[in-house]
Write a protein that binds this ligand. Structure first.
Ligand code: 3HC
Ligand code: NAI
Length: 703
């Protein structure tokens, strides 16, 4: 074994029958750092010069190369071999090159593998070009080579979805040539290399293969259809998908070398885009949430092999599904058989829909339902490892339930509440074990939304925090640890946005102007469309209605939202909304009464009025240490409220505006509208220091 550099070895072992084996070992994920590229370049050069008959590229550790080193983007270019140098050397090697894949071959990693003449992977391996999630396109030949293997249509789907595709499917698509035995990759790869030589098999260069792209030359319809497809609706606001489509057009229409040039030019454009910078920030922020400054990595975790859910309503059913999907049995408790039946019928209906959509075979519905044990008494929770309470939002009821749980559940069981805004510390006082009590605030629909606010109580133990966070990860949620305060992080900021949305209406802005501004900003819908969807009459009653708000007046007119065809908007039988003249009349009436002159509101003004109060509240949350870092707040907004990922989250958005600018705007709004706009002291301080929210180091939560 020869050491090429500190991350690359080259072996020419007699036991390998003349096959040179290059091993990369650059933890954690063998990303293509300058060191790795140099190591590969040197190693391939030496192997080609040597007596070796063929060359295998394999990686040590948990994975094959997982892509370019994202931390190097935007930095000064290091003095190292370029990826293109490495790839050209591999592809033009006069000896067969085999890439041996385990873990994930992603992005630049797969693009390196595509420059080998053959690829072999273990069955558990996955391949993908996930650059789109970083606001990028595969910029190391991937957009030109992939269509030459799988054709334009599949390449478009593969690269714009950016999913990790299982080895068996890659084999079917021709992306890999053989499957290895799971624990025998090195030997199987060497065996393949020997066979290639013995059988005189050709050195397959993907770049030379025109067969898969030629049939679509001139087929503009293919691209037009893809741009208009259902899948393409998800691209709204993102830059990279369109750049990828243009690259595939180039792959079909241009010779390989010219296509590569086009890819390079478009890669350069997306790389410097604000969208990609935000999406790369999101990538690292997603990984930060799990790091809790005062919960050491070696903190014990309690087992969670069984779960109890209390309440089978909107939230309880969805919460139960998360655990069932992860194979964890759930006991679900309700107050009546009827409520249980209703709740379980919704769960079954959701599973049946998933099955109809091809997610799993219909038999799986019964398998999953069998993991749920219905119960009518909390006694059924005596032996479960974790309980999540999801009954009505009422403190007295929650305390009563927690007192019963205290008397019923085994010692060490995690006792969690899904409350959206109530005080976890107060709930914990109903028990003799406040250290076991924690908030686990799921978002609706709980089986779909990735966001989970894990709410740390004053006395919650480190083990229980660690267990809740690990459980979040296990069920596929992004768990963000937050502190106890009304509404926690997400809803606390939402309250501020909602108040301003209402204030805008009171000044004469139309609901559809407000909704349109937020839609154009990148949200799926605005607050008034959301109100119509949820029902305007939630929390409203005719007896207590005072007609003092636009919403109350709409309810009094029996405009209850989508469900009865009229709310802020009018709806036709397909639930298509149109602006309602009745609402318009009410808005004008309220504005006149308040002495506000009629005027138009620009989108920029609306966005400022809605986003800056969120930022201001986010700053207060940080200062109070109810969130550990600003990026956690951003992740809650991206995964819980559909804040567009290409804008990086509200705190990131403020950082990119510049906090001095944010401060100046808040002061101007304060002068115009009063102290509700008073800038948070943290913003004043950071602006004075020329700092950003992101510059504040992660801080333990205040308890
Ligand atoms: N560059 C730099 N660091 C990376 C990285 C990359 N490509 N991929 C992962 N890391 C880091 C993570 O930030 C994390 O660091 P931390 O421990 O300090 O937080 C560490 O590696 C481990 O990552 P995960 O926690 O995500 O580990 P998992 O085992 O859960 O997942 C993975 C592994 C599936 C490889 C996942 O890390 C991943 O999806 N990585 C990104 C893959 C990717 O997007 N590749 C394309 C890059 S762009 C590109 O290649 C451009 C090219 O076309 C020119
Ligand atoms: P829901 O009204 O749909 O369901 C509550 C269920 O609890 C009902 O089926 C009721 O029969 C049951 N229940 C009441 N008392 C019970 C008891 N003593 N034992 C067993 N079951 C009992 O309410 P929803 O929307 O599911 O909310 C539940 C909790 O989740 C609330 O605390 C709410 O604030 C919170 N939440 C709600 C969200 C939402 O969007 N609906 C989002 C996040 C949290």
């Amino acid at each position: 074994m020869t050491t090429v550099n500190d991350v690359t070895d080259l072996s020419l072992d007699a036991a390998d029958g003349g096959v040179a084996v290059i091993t990369l070992d650059s933890p954690p994920v063998n990303a293509l750092s300058a060191n790795v590229r140099t190591g590969l370049f040197e190693a391939f050069g030496q192997a080609i010069e040597s007596d070796a008959i063929a060359i295998v590229l394999i990686c040590a550790g948990r994975t094959f190369i997982a892509g370019a080193d994202i931390t190097e983007f935007g930095g000064a270019s290091a003095e190292a071999a370029s990826l293109t140098d490495v790839q050209n050397l591999m592809e033009s090697s006069p000896k067969p090159v085999v890439a041996a894949i385990h873990g994930t071959a992603l992005g630049g990693g797969l693009e390196v593998a595509l420059c080998a003449h053959y690829r072999i992977a273990v069955p558990s391996a996955k391949c993908g070009l996930p650059e789109v999630h970083l606001g990028l396109l595969p910029g190391a030949g991937g957009t030109q080579r992939l269509p030459r293997i799988v054709g334009a249509q599949k390449a478009l789907e593969f690269m714009t979805a950016g999913t990790h595709v299982a080895a068996a499917d890659c084999l079917e698509m021709g992306l890999i040539d053989e499957l290895a035995t799971e624990d025998n990759l090195r030997a199987d790869a060497v065996g393949l290399a020997q066979r290639l030589v013995a059988e005189g098999r050709p050195l397959k260069k993907i770049s030379d293969n025109d067969d898969m792209v030629a049939p679509d030359r001139g087929n503009t319809e293919l691209f037009a259809n893809f741009r208009a497809s259902k899948a393409a609706r998800k691209f709204r606001g993102f830059l990279a998908p369109e750049a990828i489509i243009k690259c595939v057009e180039a792959a079909v229409e241009l010779p390989f070398a010219e296509g590569i040039k086009r890819e390079g030019q478009l890669f350069g454009e997306v790389l410097v885009s604000a969208e990609s910078a935000a999406q790369r920030y999101v990538f690292f922020s997603e990984r930060q949430v799990w790091k809790i400054p005062d919960v050491p990595r070696d903190t014990a975790t309690l087992p969670v092999d069984s779960v109890g859910v209390i309440g089978a309503g909107t939230m309880g059913g969805g919460i139960a599904m998360n655990f069932v999907n992860a194979g964890i049995p759930v006991t679900i408790v309700e107050t009546s058989q009827e409520a249980l039946d209703r709740g379980l019928a919704v769960v079954r209906g959701n599973y049946e829909r998933s099955s109809r959509n091809g997610r799993f075979p219909i038999e799986e519905v019964d398998v999953r339902m069998a993991r749920i044990t219905p119960a009518l008494s909390l006694d059924g929770l005596a032996d479960v490892d974790m309980v999540i309470e999801a009954v009505f939002e009422n403190m007295d009821l929650k305390k009563e339930i927690f007192a019963t749980l205290d008397a019923t559940c085994k010692p060490g069981a995690v006792l969690a509440s899904n409350t959206s805004a109530l005080n976890i510390d107060e709930i914990a006082t109903a028990t003799t074990r406040p250290e076991s009590v924690i908030g686990m605030h799921f978002f609706s629909p709980a089986n779909v939304m990735r966001c989970l606010e894990v709410v740390r109580g004053r006395e919650t133990s480190l083990e229980v925090i660690n267990t809740a966070m690990k459980t979040a990860k296990k069920i596929g949620k992004l768990g963000s640890l937050v502190g106890v305060c009304p509404g926690f992080v997400g809803n606390r900021m939402l309250f501020q946005r909602s108040a301003q949305a209402q204030a805008l209406l009171d000044e004469g802005a139309m609901p559809w102007e407000v909704d349109q501004a937020l839609y154009d900003f990148g949200f799926a819908m605005g607050p008034f469309q959301m109100s119509d969807l949820a029902g305007l009459d939630i929390g409203w009653s005719a007896e207590t209605s005072t007609g003092s708000t636009i919403r109350e007046r709409l309810c009094e007119l029996d405009r209850r939202g989508q469900k009865n065809g009229a709310g802020y908007y009018d709806y036709d039988e397909n639930r298509t909304p149109t602006p309602s003249p009745i609402t318009e009349g009410l808005v004008k009436e309220f504005a006149e009464k308040a002495g506000k002159p009629a005027r138009t509101f620009t989108s920029d003004e609306i966005i400022e009025r809605l986003v800056l109060p969120m930022v201001n509240e986010g700053a207060r949350i940080l200062a109070e240490k109810k969130a550990m870092r600003s990026s956690d707040i951003d992740m809650i907004w991206i995964t819980g409220y559909n804040w567009p990922a290409y804008r990086g989250g509200p705190m990131y958005y403020a950082d990119t505006m510049g906090l001095d600018v944010v401060l100046a705007r808040l002061r101007a709004l304060q002068a115009e509208y009063g102290d509700v706009w008073a800038p948070a002291p943290l913003i004043e301080q950071l602006a004075a220091d020329g700092q950003t929210f992101a510059s504040i180091p992660a801080t333990p939560l205040a308890t």
